[in-house]
Ligand binder design. Structure first.
Ligand SMILES: *[C@@H]1O[C@H](CO)[C@@H](O)[C@H](O)[C@H]1NC(C)=O
Ligand SMILES: *[C@@H]1O[C@H](CO)[C@@H](O)[C@H](O)[C@H]1NC(C)=O
Ligand SMILES: *[C@@H]1O[C@H](CO)[C@@H](O)[C@H](O)[C@H]1NC(C)=O
Ligand SMILES: *[C@@H]1O[C@H](CO)[C@@H](O)[C@H](O)[C@H]1NC(C)=O
Ligand SMILES: *[C@@H]1O[C@H](CO)[C@@H](O)[C@H](O)[C@H]1NC(C)=O
Length: 481
């Protein structure tokens, strides 16, 4: 009896030992696997011998069997799953958050359990942005075990870390976070890096960010000399980023900040990437260059004039939002006052001016190229012109300097009036003085003769009076004769 009891208890002990020994084995087999919503996951039935049938279950519901052929079960993911005939792995496609849970693979008397932890990452606006917009991301997780607190970081398209801003009232089920303000150069594949210590998770989820925009800066300045040909270009990035949506845009010009804008052209790009442009104005002379590069907006201004200066703004619109990039055209010209050759001893003023005030890192500069050391005259800050008084012939050159770089320059050749021309001038002046002298003499002479004439006239009238007074006696005298 005693021995019997001992046998029973020892059997129990053996059973207990066996059972205890089994627990860690069972725990080992229930391995953790990570899946990402929208993607596929492959669940691995480890240790399955060749040619054995297998049954995959989800929470005890059959997904699929593979005995000699495929047989379908009734689990929710059945229609999104397949068993690999050789490896017997289960592939679940287009994973959902609700697919999280315990999966079992049964063959013979063996059962392998896998706990599937599912993450779902969603990005606002389906990942289609314009510059300066801030993507909002949502990360959700689902699992049968308690949800861990996650450590989430991002890597941008250049593999640099971007720390997100977490919005309050996040839970382990759902984190909402903001990335940074985007630029066109942020387009590409980003990575969301998820970590947790318990359970041990180290998972990357990639996602696409597309930022439709210009490769130009938001605002740039272009300098041109009067009468030159200017091409203004905006580079759109829709081809590089494989933007598969249609959008529209336009290009405007206004002379000054406060002036009204004139639409020069509008354009549209279809989802297939075809680009159309239409000129909108006839008063303003410009061309759309024929052989311009693909996905650019260009206007060509030939013989650019002072009044072509101003702000050229290109704008594009996508689903009611827009972005723009502007080019400020500054035109420079030189002139002389008075115009024409410089005669000996005379002075003229050379004027170099720009169509709008320059930024503080730029100025105008007149340089006399024939002198040593070079004569220089600089414009004061924010002045739109610089003048120089010139009394000798030679070559003058006006430069627009920005940050010690000469951006554009224009020459002015001061010509000396030829020598014969100065003789003509001297001759003319001498002739002129003679003429004046002659005129003066003439005046004096005529003045004298006029006085004489007046005296004579006076004498005559006096004589006439005398004659009238003595008329009678004269007659008498004549009669008496
Ligand atoms: C998580 O998974 C369970 C089991 O499938 C499901 O009932 C639940 O709805 C899921 N939670 C979410 C937020 O999808
Ligand atoms: C999160 O992970 C980063 C490195 O990936 C680490 O520097 C940081 O300390 C972690 N934060 C927490 C709260 O664990
Ligand atoms: C996740 O992505 C980052 C950035 O590309 C990389 O440095 C890291 O090794 C990746 N980690 C895993 C587990 O793939
Ligand atoms: C694009 O522009 C062309 C030419 O102006 C026009 O014929 C076409 O209808 C436009 N397409 C869209 C989608 O706006
Ligand atoms: C600019 O001035 C020129 C010459 O004065 C004139 O022919 C042209 O129409 C003007 N252009 C604009 C846009 O005002």
């Amino acid at each position: 009896m005693e021995s019997c009891g001992r046998v029973v208890s020892s059997t129990l002990a053996v059973f207990l030992v066996l059972h205890l020994g089994l627990i860690p084995i069972m725990a080992q087999q229930k391995e953790l696997q990570i899946g990402v919503a929208g993607q596929a996951v492959i669940l691995n039935c480890r240790g399955i011998p060749q040619g054995t049938g297998v049954t995959w279950k989800y929470s005890k519901a059959v997904i699929r069997l593979f005995i000699t052929t495929h047989l379908k079960g009734k689990a929710t993911m059945t229609d999104r799953s397949e068993i690999n005939p050789t490896s017997k792995h289960l592939k679940v496609l287009d994973l959902r958050l609700s697919d999280a849970g315990i999966y079992t693979c049964e063959y013979g008397s063996h059962t392998v359990s896998i706990s599937l932890h599912v993450f779902k990452l969603t990005i606002s606006l389906d990942g289609h942005f314009l510059p300066n917009e801030v993507p909002e991301l949502t990360l959700m997780q689902n699992s049968t075990h308690p949800l861990p607190n996650l450590n989430i970081t991002f890597f941008n398209n250049n593999n640099n870390i971007v720390r997100p801003k977490f919005l309050p009232n996040g839970t382990p089920q759902k984190y909402t976070l903001m990335l940074k303000q985007l630029e066109a150069t942020d387009s590409g594949t980003w990575m969301c890096h998820i970590r947790s210590d318990s359970p041990l998770i180290n998972q990357n989820i990639s996602f696409d960010v597309k930022v439709l925009g210009f490769q130009n800066p938001d605002s740039e300045r272009k300098y041109a000399t009067a009468d030159s040909t200017v091409i203004l270009s905006w580079y759109l990035n829709f081809q590089q980023i494989k933007w598969k949506e249609g959008f529209t845009g336009q290009m405007n010009w206004k002379q000054e900040e406060s002036a009204t804008a004139h639409e020069l052209l509008d354009f549209n790009v279809t989802a297939q990437g075809e680009q159309h442009e239409t000129k909108k104005i006839s008063r303003f002379r410009f061309e759309i260059p024929e052989n311009k590069p693909k996905s650019t907006i260009q206007v060509e201004l030939s013989k650019v004039h002072f009044n072509h200066s101003g702000q050229y703004q290109c704008q594009l619109a996508y689903s009611g939002r827009h972005t723009q990039s502007k080019i400020e055209l500054v035109v420079m010209k030189v002139s002389a006052d008075p115009v024409g050759p410089l005669s000996r001893g005379a002075e003229m003023t050379l004027i170099c001016q720009v169509s709008s005030p320059l930024p503080s890192n730029a100025h105008l500069l007149w340089k006399y190229m024939n002198g040593t050391p070079t004569d220089i005259k600089k414009s004061k800050q924010h002045e739109v012109k610089v003048e120089v008084k010139v009394s000798a012939a030679g070559l003058w050159s006006c430069h627009l300097i920005e940050d010690d770089d000469s951006k554009i320059s224009l020459n002015y050749i001061v010509e000396e009036a030829p020598v014969w021309l100065s003789y003509v001038v001297i001759g003319a002046s001498v002739g002129g003085s003679i003429l004046v002298f002659g005129l003066a003499c003439l005046c004096i002479i005529s003045g004298i003769s006029w006085q004489r004439r007046r005296q004579r006239a006076k004498r005559m009238s006096r004589a006439r009076q005398y004659l009238l007074e003595n008329k009678t006696c004269q007659c008498q005298h004549r009669l008496n004769k």
